[in-house]
Design a protein around this ligand. Structure first.
Ligand SMILES: [Zn+2]
Length: 257
């Protein structure tokens, strides 16, 4: 039993075979798929995927940093409105990104802080994207931990010190396909962190693990990540699955309203 804590399976890349892809995930032992939102354009498809796969696919609500521009407040009204309307697994995907575009860095920071505040208000964890901006994001999120905020740094690719600072705040590290890439160096990092604050994710359709690197990723490929993680830890795959599943459940259920 494993949980894919981060998969955009509602995107058009899966329009031709979504049901089959979810069957494959179930056969691989994936019991739940958590879906991070991107912006107002992705909400309908995400809700549709949740409706068609009850008990399997669960929606989050948030505005992705790569969708933040000078009109972000309009987007945030939508997010806030939805959060008031029904239950979600988390506020996500939120965060910062200095890799793709630095134009709206001030807006990114403001949108991130507003959404952390929304998560505190709704008693939800946050799912954080931070690309080339881990240190900045850690410092931005830190004040909110005093208000009880928890969450995950999704697709963690930082170093040991950054991992430690994140775990000190009670946050989790999302581990996916990058772990299986030869030069990622992430295996050395996870050896140090241990399993206590790791959760599994694919980030489907992106970041497929070896041997599918460069192809479309899907939740069933999580088993390849488990194998590499178990090898890095010197543990049995079953142990890794049990522990990370427990971590995921405690992060995403303990905060629910
Ligand atoms: Zn994502």
């Amino acid at each position: 039993m494993i949980i894919d804590s981060h998969a955009h399976i509602y995107l058009e890349q899966f329009d031709d075979d979504r049901a089959e892809m979810i069957d494959r995930a179930q056969q691989a032992g994936v019991t739940e798929i958590l879906m991070p939102n991107i912006d107002h354009t992705s909400i309908e498809a995400m809700m549709e995927a949740e409706l068609r796969h009850p008990g399997m696919c669960f929606a989050m609500m948030g505005l992705h940093p790569c969708s933040v521009d000078k009109h972000f407040e309009k987007e945030l009204y939508k997010v806030e409105e939805w959060l008031g309307k029904r239950a979600f697994k988390a506020v996500g995907e939120i965060g910062t990104d200095l890799y793709w575009d630095k134009t709206f860095w001030p807006e990114q920071q403001e949108a991130f802080r507003i959404q952390c505040e929304l998560a505190v208000t709704h008693g939800l964890p946050v799912v954080i994207h931070s690309r080339e901006s881990i240190d900045e994001t850690i410092e931005m999120v830190r004040p909110f931990t005093e208000k009880g905020l928890s969450g995950v740094f999704h697709c963690f690719t930082g170093n040991e010190q950054q991992a430690e600072r994140i775990m000190e705040m009670g946050f989790y590290l999302g581990i996916g396909g990058v772990l299986t890439f030869k030069k990622s160096g992430l295996d050395a990092v996870v050896k140090k962190t241990g399993l206590d604050q790791l959760i599994l994710e694919t980030d489907s359709p992106y970041l497929a693990p070896t041997p599918f690197r460069g192809k479309r990723n899907e939740p069933s490929y999580l088993t390849f990540v488990v194998e590499v993680l178990a090898a890095a830890m010197g543990m049995e795959a079953n142990e890794v699955m049990e522990k990370t599943t427990r971590n995921t459940r405690s992060l995403f259920t303990s905060h629910e309203l």
